[in-house]
Design a protein around this ligand. Structure first.
Ligand code: SAM
Length: 287
């Protein structure tokens, strides 16, 4: 007798209904500020099916109920958001901004610091994903800031994703993330693992960076920063969420300090009182 054809389990090709899509989109929005558009129906369905398989939960409705009953720090929330959010990042992304950081920003800070006792530099990499941006900041500082040993450097990297932050904290980067890192930086600031595909940031870089989990929709409990990078995250937010994030972020740019945004963040008109130095660079006035 021929074997019966193995059919996929009932949920394997199922898509969320319009009602379920809206409920999930509202949940994601309330939690993160990210808008899941109706065009993302198939994507959301595929990602949710992965969570159903992992958790053994039978239906989209049951999983929704499950999430709403969990505390916000439950690991399942993180696993869910990991599926929903985009973590794409790599070292030295957006070359022109790093050229500005090295040649203008660090040069000016170094000139200001000349003759001063123990200068300091505090930088926040907000929504830093797997740590590529804070590590690029640390690399650039290590390579370009004269008399580095005299400086007190603090780079704070934050993200909503616990999994992403765990990877960031390991300081390990694959060849893809390293593709724009110049050869001499690789030699100076990273060690290569035996298989040649994995790079480990050296302690000199890692010691400059502290990672913290943080949702941009909430205030961050930190002292003001000299410079804040807020890149490639608000593109997924609507205007109301952007305003809320900017309220939280702008308070932490010190007077005279700078906010470096992504080129497509769409926030220039929302930065009240900030001076626009470049389409992506904004200065908080001195008080
Ligand atoms: C595309 S990555 C950007 C990484 C890096 N800034 C860059 O430009 O390469 C976007 C990151 O934003 C984070 N994210 C999304 N919503 C967030 C929120 N409400 N609070 C904090 N981080 C959030 C995601 O977890 C993800 O790691």
């Amino acid at each position: 007798m021929p074997m019966p054809e193995l059919l996929p389990p009932p949920t394997a090709l199922e898509q969320v209904s319009d009602g379920q899509l809206k409920r999930y989109a509202d949940l994601v929005y309330q939690r993160t500020g990210i808008r899941v558009s109706p065009q993302k129906k198939m994507l959301l369905s595929n990602r949710l099916r992965r969570r159903l398989r992992e958790t053994g939960i039978a239906s989209f409705d049951d999983y929704y109920r499950h999430l709403t009953c969990l505390r916000s720090n439950d690991p399942e929330w993180d696993a869910f958001l990991q599926e929903i959010t985009t973590h794409e990042t790599y070292l030295f992304r957006d070359d022109s901004q790093w050229q500005w950081f090295r040649n203008v920003y660090l040069a000016e800070r170094a000139a200001e610091a000349r003759g001063k006792g123990s200068p300091s530099l505090r930088i926040w990499s907000a929504a830093c994903s797997t740590g590529d941006e804070p590590t690029t900041i640390a690399c650039s500082i290590a390579a370009f800031l004269p008399n580095l040993q005299q400086w007190r450097i603090q780079i704070v990297g934050t993200d909503i994703g616990v999994g992403a932050l765990e990877q960031a904290q390991s300081g390990v980067f694959g060849e893809r993330a390293m593709r724009l890192v110049p050869e001499d930086y690789r030699r100076r600031f990273f060690t290569k693992a035996k298989d040649g595909q994995i790079w480990q940031a050296k302690p000199a870089l890692m010691s400059m960076i502290a990672y913290r989990q943080h949702n941009l929709m909430e205030p961050l409990n930190e002292r003001p920063f000299d410079l804040v990078f807020l890149k490639n995250v608000l593109i997924y937010f609507d205007a109301a969420s952007k305003r809320k994030v900017l309220d939280n972020v702008c308070r932490l740019v010190r007077p005279g300090g700078l906010l470096a945004a992504g080129a497509a963040e769409g926030i220039a008109d929302m930065l009240k009182g900030f001076e626009r130095l470049q389409p992506w660079l904004h200065r908080r006035p001195q008080e």
